[in-house]
Design a protein around this ligand. Structure first.
Ligand code: HEC
Length: 232
């Protein structure tokens, strides 16, 4: 009886008698049906080797690390492939001093301007309209006040500030960080600057009457119904 019971105990229970009994039974087993014999019982594992060893499963706890988490954070300063963004002016619109950059960090040429126009048409024109007057679909359908690029405030905005609005959004203006990569955002800014310059040049070369009307006056000159064409 004493010889039979230990066999059913844990393998590591030890003792020569146990080992002997096991070896004996395995020999019988091998002799009985050799390999390929199916059984509903767990296999006899004479030499576990490194088959079973402690391990950490994903998202599980661990007492090994101080923070109790089995999974590790990347080493501080790790940079993902293509993830190095040292050029803060280009990626955030802010210089190393944390201030908005005043000028476009991208070298502007015809290709960039063409790209800017194209991206503007896709992403900005629906709301800000083709001329940048903010009379797009939001204004037309919902009377939503949409900023015009020709107002004093935005004429004074630095390129970095416009980049920031596009990147992070502002008020009702959505963020375009994901659909528009940084290079395209700068190209759009170059195009908007072109729109602004064009408008300023037109105002400057307008007939004396319109020219002498400063910011305060158009409100009154715009109102009369007989002068609706003046604004366009
Ligand atoms: C879905 C409509 C919509 C689209 C598309 C859109 N805007 Fe706007 N934008 C607005 C509205 C509305 C405002 C006014 C936000 C406010 O004052 O709350 C605004 C304001 C702005 C302002 C002024 C923010 C300020 O500080 O006063 C800038 C600059 C601007 N948009 C740039 C852009 C550019 C560049 C694009 C294209 C990438 C763009 N917007 C696309 C709706 C839009």
């Amino acid at each position: 009886m004493t010889a039979g019971t230990p066999v059913h105990r844990s393998f590591s229970g030890g003792g020569r008698a146990v080992l002997g009994a096991l070896v004996l039974s395995s020999v019988f087993l091998l002799a009985g049906c050799a390999r390929g014999c199916t059984s509903s019982r767990p296999p006899i594992h004479l030499n576990p080797s490194m088959d079973n060893q402690p391990k950490v499963r994903p998202q599980s706890a661990s007492t090994f690390f101080y923070d109790g988490s089995g999974m590790r954070q990347p080493v501080p300063g790790t940079v993902a492939i293509d993830g190095l963004k040292e050029d803060t002016a280009f990626f955030t619109g802010k210089g190393a001093d944390g201030q908005f950059v005043t000028t476009n960090p991208v070298t502007l040429d015809d290709t960039v301007l063409e790209r800017g126009k194209q991206r503007y048409t896709i992403y900005c024109q629906p709301c800000h309209d083709a001329r940048g007057d903010g009379k797009g679909i939001l204004f037309q359908r919902g009377n939503v006040p949409t900023a015009t690029f020709h107002q004093e405030k935005l004429l004074k905005y630095t390129d970095g500030q416009i980049f920031d609005v596009m990147t992070n959004g502002q008020g009702l203006m959505p963020a375009y960080r994901w659909p528009i990569p940084p290079a395209d955002r700068w190209a759009i800014i170059a195009y908007i600057r072109g729109l602004q310059r064009e408008r300023q040049a037109r105002i400057a070369s307008a007939p004396a009457g319109a020219q002498t009307a400063p910011a305060a006056q158009p409100a009154t000159t715009d109102k009369p119904a007989d002068k609706p064409a003046e604004k366009k």
